[in-house]
Design a protein around this ligand. Structure first.
Ligand code: GLP
Length: 264
């Protein structure tokens, strides 16, 4: 069972996620971090930038690997995940750009790019902490329902509902990509620790299915139940459908994890 931390509000859940990233960096300034995109992560990166500046914590020793990238978008496309990550985080901290990795969406051979990306993660020593959001249909990265639970980095077709959900980031009339290169579920499971953040009632159903439903490819995030070091941070709305919510709140009142400082 993952450690489930239910926070009083979204701001607190977001702050706690940023603090946990910072604690990981403090404990190991040369950590390999797995990064995630999505609206949920935007305030996390804003908080991380602010806290790193306040505490004087350098990010220069980190290596980062993002979960995924749209196929067909060059790194300098305004909606590419590369541009998004630069804008939200990398341009505001001291990590050298060449230590930040995303699959190249405009690679001439995306299948080889995906294979090489997996090898780059291995060569870096594997991911110490993988940050994760969750799609409303239970996807992680771009591993849509029916993805193999053992999958590695590869090309995935996006579900219609995911394309529609992500259309908000694109201009009117602009074509939303239909394919992505994404770390596989097996890739994500190899990370030494997982940290999922979900906020808002749009995620409540997926969160309940992932944490309390059967482990199934129909809900890729349910694989977290098999990870020995998974933490899930939720706000009240994202926790709304959890059957054992009282229990989680008894163990971690207000989303506080007593032993966190010892484990970072
Ligand atoms: C995309 C990303 C996922 C992310 C999901 C949810 O599909 N590939 O990594 O978890 O969006 O995004 P949001 O946080 O905007 O709801």
């Amino acid at each position: 069972m993952a450690t489930i931390l239910i926070h009083p509000d979204t701001a607190s859940a977001t702050r706690a996620t940023a603090e946990r990233l910072l604690a990981t960096i403090r404990a190991n300034p040369a950590a390999v971090l797995g990064m995630a995109t999505g609206g949920t992560m935007e305030p996390v990166y804003t908080a991380l930038i602010a806290r790193a500046a306040e505490t004087g914590q350098s990010l220069a020793g980190l290596h980062t690997f993002n979960l995924d990238e749209y196929i067909g978008l060059a790194g300098d496309h305004p909606q590419s995940y590369r541009t998004t990550m630069d804008r939200l985080l990398f341009d505001h901290v001291d990590i050298p750009h060449d230590q930040t990795h995303l699959p190249r969406g405009d690679a001439t051979d995306p299948a080889t790019e995906a294979f090489d990306y997996e090898a780059q993660i291995e060569a870096a020593g594997g991911i110490d902490l993988q940050l994760l959001g969750i799609g409303a249909n239970g996807h992680v990265g771009f591993n849509e329902p029916s993805s193999s639970l053992a999958s590695r980095t590869r090309i995935k077709r996006l579900a219609r509902s995911t394309i529609e959900a992500n259309a908000r980031f694109f201009g009117a009339g602009e074509q939303v990509p239909t394919h992505a290169i994404t770390m596989g579920i097996g890739t994500i499971m190899k990370a030494r620790r997982l940290l999922m953040l979900a906020t808002g009632n749009g995620k409540a159903e997926a969160v309940a299915a992932a944490l309390e439903g059967p482990v199934t490819a129909s809900c890729p995030a349910s694989i977290l139940q098999f990870h020995p070091e998974a933490t899930v941070i939720l706000d009240q709305e994202a926790a709304a459908e959890l059957k054992w919510r009282d229990f989680y709140e008894d163990i971690h009142p207000g989303g506080q994890e007593v032993y966190f400082a010892d484990r970072s």
